[in-house]
Design a protein around this ligand. Structure first.
Ligand code: MG
Length: 539
């Protein structure tokens, strides 16, 4: 029986190769990350999502895997991973690891065997065609980078299907042998003690792919079978799915509590940024009240940014243009005709008040919040890097060589450190912010602490108040009589709103000191101001 620990998890997305290099080879590694566990424990995060660390040609940030049961030597050894896991456990931090089950690298031994020998069982792990269909039902995930979902392989003398890059052939999960392989892989990591998996590209894993042998009667059975297997092995383990879709498609991924435990909340993210761009909470308020119900075992993983593009696919074209105009005015800041490849701090122009308001709002919404490494210090992006690598630069620890990330020569770094401008490591780094009680890092620590003191935010019941000012989102989250009411001013103008509640309010978090409430129901908020209240029902 699961303890539902993930419902109140504070998630932290961590890319090992960009976090801390311990041996001066320019690649972050597990021993380096081990040395930073006290930092993460002090920050207060409770669960790390580790991006892929498997052996890989690294043509897609490690999402092109060649061996699912090993650690890329540049990241350390399997023993180093185990030491890191034990260190995290000692500090009460859980570990979810990325499971890239939708596709392998074209260098994976399965694919190499598959292309050489049509009679091999590995051939049927993938999807082949002598002639690709004239009109595919699928579009490449990365338009501009890929033109088709079918790629000709000269060794096989046939085309194979790939929804992601052409060097990432899709696996056929309708084939029971593929599913058995992944059960073996999941068991390998569960036996080592991981707390669960982030399931990459979950909807693509189960969708039919231009070919009859990829069709199963009930596609969600593929994920349910995986989930049942994981629960059987480790009842407390959690599965976090990357599932972007329309709201009516999402509850199926929770499968009445028998499928995924957590879903990344792409839908909410779209409307958060629309609200930030318009400085108007109306649409967001409506979205929050119309959110689909999810089972007791399920939870949303809420975020402002993850380590991909900020995907704005759920918005209409007009709405997307509003977000672009506010946060990605240059064409180069946009990507794949649907998103933005910037980090939060530069999108907000480094405006501390707006950044606080945005994270405060994120943390006050029902769900488990995600912070991506570096966002806690307001790190920037590097638009000179291709595609999504703009948001995947090394962690900035100190005003030292390579930002304290590595002692390697600059030319050897896994990615260049941001070393110039407003977001360069001289100006934005952990060490300076640790010294400054008013830093964004120390503010984020406090936000995490307050979030932990309000476990009712782990429920999904949310009520939105009409306060007569469309710039202000006023919402209440409650569980078992414990209520939290939050006010967020999305605009830069000071406002006063009236809130119709009878309960006694106690201030829990605010952007500044406010006068005592004295039962007044009028609340003033400066531009980008925010206030959280705990409520006690009057008898
Ligand atoms: Mg290293």
């Amino acid at each position: 029986m699961t303890t539902l620990w993930y419902k109140n998890a504070i998630l932290y997305g961590l890319d090992i190769d960009k976090f801390q290099d311990s041996n001066g080879d320019g690649w972050g590694d597990f021993p380096g990350a081990l040395g930073r566990l006290d930092y993460l424990a002090d920050l207060g995060v409770t669960c790390l999502w580790l991006l892929p660390f498997y052996p890989s040609p690294h043509r897609d940030n490690g999402y092109d895997v060649v061996d699912y049961c090993a650690v890329d030597p540049r990241y350390g050894t399997l023993k180093d991973f185990q030491t890191f896991l034990a260190g995290a456990r000692e500090r009460g931090i859980r570990i979810l690891i990325d499971m890239v089950a939708n596709h392998t690298s074209d260098q994976h031994p399965w694919f190499q065997e598959a292309r050489r020998d049509k009679t091999s069982k590995y051939h049927d792990y993938y999807i082949w065609a002598q002639e690709p269909p004239e009109k595919s039902a699928h579009q490449p995930i990365f338009p501009g980078a890929e033109n088709s979902v079918w790629h000709y392989d000269e060794v096989a003398g046939a085309y194979y299907f790939h929804i992601f890059y052409h060097f990432q052939p899709s696996l056929n999960h309708a084939n029971p042998d593929v599913r058995a392989e992944f059960q073996r892989i999941l068991k390998f990591w569960l036996d080592l003690g991981v707390d669960g998996f982030r399931i990459d590209a979950a909807p693509h894993m189960i969708e039919p792919k231009d070919s009859p042998e990829t069709i199963v009667p009930h596609p969600h059975d593929i994920l349910r079978e995986m989930s049942a297997f994981v629960r059987g092995q480790s009842p407390d383990a959690a599965l976090l799915a990357e599932a972007d879709g329309e709201p009516d498609e999402l509850p199926a991924f929770f499968g009445d509590g028998r499928e995924m435990h957590l879903l990344f909340n792409f839908y909410l993210d779209n409307y958060l940024f629309l609200a930030f761009a318009r400085r108007n909470a109306n649409t967001l308020g409506r979205v929050l009240t119309q959110f689909p119900n999810i089972p007791r075992e399920g939870q949303w993983a809420n975020f402002l940014r993850n380590l991909d593009e900020l995907d704005l696919e759920r918005l209409t074209e007009d709405e997307r243009q509003v977000v672009y105009a506010a946060f990605a005015p240059d064409e180069d800041m946009r990507i794949y005709n649907r998103g933005i490849r910037r980090r939060t701090a530069p999108m907000f122009g480094g405006n501390r008040r707006q950044m606080e308001m945005a994270y405060s709002l994120l943390f006050s919404l029902p769900g488990a919040p995600l912070v991506v490494y570096g966002d806690e210090i307001g790190m920037g992006d590097d638009l000179s890097q291709p595609e999504r690598n703009s948001v995947r630069t090394p962690m900035q620890w100190a005003d030292e060589l390579n930002g304290g990330f590595s002692t390697a020569p600059v030319s050897k770094l896994v990615r260049p450190v941001i070393d110039t401008g407003e977001f360069g490591y001289e100006r934005v780094n952990v060490t300076d912010q640790q010294r400054d009680p008013d830093s964004f890092l120390n503010w984020m620590k406090r936000l995490i602490e307050i979030r932990k003191q309000n476990p009712q935010l782990g429920t999904e019941l949310c009520h939105v108040f009409d306060v007569g000012a469309p710039e202000v989102l006023a919402h209440q989250v409650q569980l078992d009589g414990h209520n939290l009411i939050a006010l967020h001013n999305l605009s830069d103008k000071p406002l006063t709103v009236t809130l119709d509640v009878n309960d006694t309010l106690t201030e829990a978090l605010a952007n500044q000191a406010y006068p005592a409430l004295n039962h007044s129901r009028e609340f003033s908020l400066p531009g980008f101001g925010y206030r959280w209240f705990r409520t006690v029902a009057r008898r």
